[in-house]
Design a protein around this ligand. Structure first.
Ligand code: DAH
Length: 384
């Protein structure tokens, strides 16, 4: 960047801090700046130029700071400081104009053949489509919003307290084993309830919401969850759930059944039926699993393909598809938020949780959950 035979400019060490000496030093610096800036022709030059003058570690301005400002005797500091600030501004301005210069020079300097052809159509950016899992979650949430539920969310990195303890999984209770939890490393020095993990379900948001909102409450909670499951056609270590919680005076299992039956008809069509069978979750009592009649074979367990009758795979020929877990909120859970108005003697509630990915698989007839997360546009654009 410097003319041949002339050494590159280097910031001199100052011993004389008188006004004339400072004037001279500034003049030399500005001359070098001017000289080098005229040689910036392209982006590569610009970067070299900018680094040479502005690099924090070894740039000319840094040297000026050290050799002039820091070295200045007390009584000259003010004057030197003002001059250095001015020089800084000049350097910044020169870099800015060198930037303009290199941009203007750009296309021409690459030769006429590469000049921008403004008659070419612009590159198209595909708009993309809503992801089928997000779409399904939005549909589920929409059904409950129409029933007056509000939407709540919570953190994916959760504490043991919210993911387990306050949901009535006592420390070391075997029900924790069913959750295949992914724990955050190096938490052993904390008390157990404060240790962090990837939430295994959206249920922790039940407690988080009850801590901040008094009853009555009706909420849906969409979100990402993680479990230590090896990926296969129906498992993914990351998946999605939609949780629901309704708390009020006199909420009964009848309300639970009526609400979920309505929701399933909205989601899968008015002809589906629902069926409940007993189950266990630590945070509900009684607990149930809900099945919907298979909306693919209409509950017959068989599918007619062409002229042939085939066994229906999605429902494994049973005519029913297991879709969610649910139950009446266990009084012990209310016990953790009793101070906020959740006295189990006065109020009751129901809760439910469903896997959104599984529902999306069924709805869209996709047979491998991995396809949802591979980011292949050829797969995803089919849902546009
Ligand atoms: N959290 C449960 C799970 O991931 C699903 C669930 C079951 C949620 C019953 C609920 C419920 O709110 O009442 O396996």
């Amino acid at each position: 960047m410097t003319p041949q035979n002339q050494p590159a400019y280097a910031v001199p060490k100052l011993t004389d801090f008188s006004a004339p000496a400072l004037d001279k030093a500034a003049k030399d610096l500005l001359a070098a700046l001017e000289n080098e800036s005229t040689k910036v022709k392209n982006e590569g030059d610009l970067k070299t130029f900018r680094d040479r003058w502005m690099a924090r570690k070894d740039g000319i301005l840094t040297h000026v700071n050290h050799l002039w400002l820091k070295a200045a005797p007390k009584d000259a500091k003010r004057d030197v400081g003002q001059r250095v600030n001015q020089l800084k501004a000049e350097v910044e301005q020169k870099i800015e104009s060198a930037l303009q210069q290199s941009q203007n020079a750009g296309p021409q300097s690459r030769g006429d053949a590469e000049r921008i052809d403004i008659s070419l159509p612009a590159l198209r950016r595909p708009i993309g489509a809503e992801h089928p899992v997000i779409k399904t979650m939005n549909e589920i949430v929409g059904v409950f919003r129409n029933l007056g539920y509000s939407v709540e969310e919570g953190p994916v990195i959760e504490s043991d307290y919210y993911n387990f303890e306050s949901l009535n999984f006592p420390p070391n209770h075997p029900a924790r084993d069913t959750q295949d939890t992914l724990f955050i490393a190096n938490q052993e020095s904390k008390p157990q309830r404060e240790r962090l993990l990837l939430r295994t379900h959206t249920s922790p948001v039940q407690i988080r919401t009850m801590e901040k909102m008094k009853p009555p409450l009706r909420i849906v909670i969409p979100g990402k969850v993680h479990r230590n499951d090896p990926p296969d056609a129906s498992h993914s270590p990351m998946f999605h759930q939609v949780e629901g919680l309704a708390v009020d005076t006199n909420i009964t299992f009848g309300d639970l059944k009526g609400t979920l039956d309505h929701a399933m008809k909205m989601l899968f069509g008015s002809s589906v039926k629902t069926s409940f069978r007993p189950s266990f979750f630590p945070f509900t009592e009684p607990s149930a699993e809900m099945m919907v009649s298979c909306f693919i074979c209409g509950g017959s367990g068989k599918r007619v393909v062409g002229t042939k009758e085939e066994p229906c795979r999605p429902c494994k020929q049973s005519g029913w598809i297991e879709i969610l877990g649910c139950g009446m909120v266990d009084p012990n859970v209310f016990g953790f938020v009793k101070e906020n108005g959740y006295d189990p003697k006065k109020i009751s509630g129901f809760a439910f949780g469903m896997g959104a990915d599984r529902i999306a698989l069924l709805k869209y007839g996709v047979d491998d959950i991995q396809l949802f997360f591979q980011g292949d546009v050829r797969f995803l654009e089919q849902f546009g």
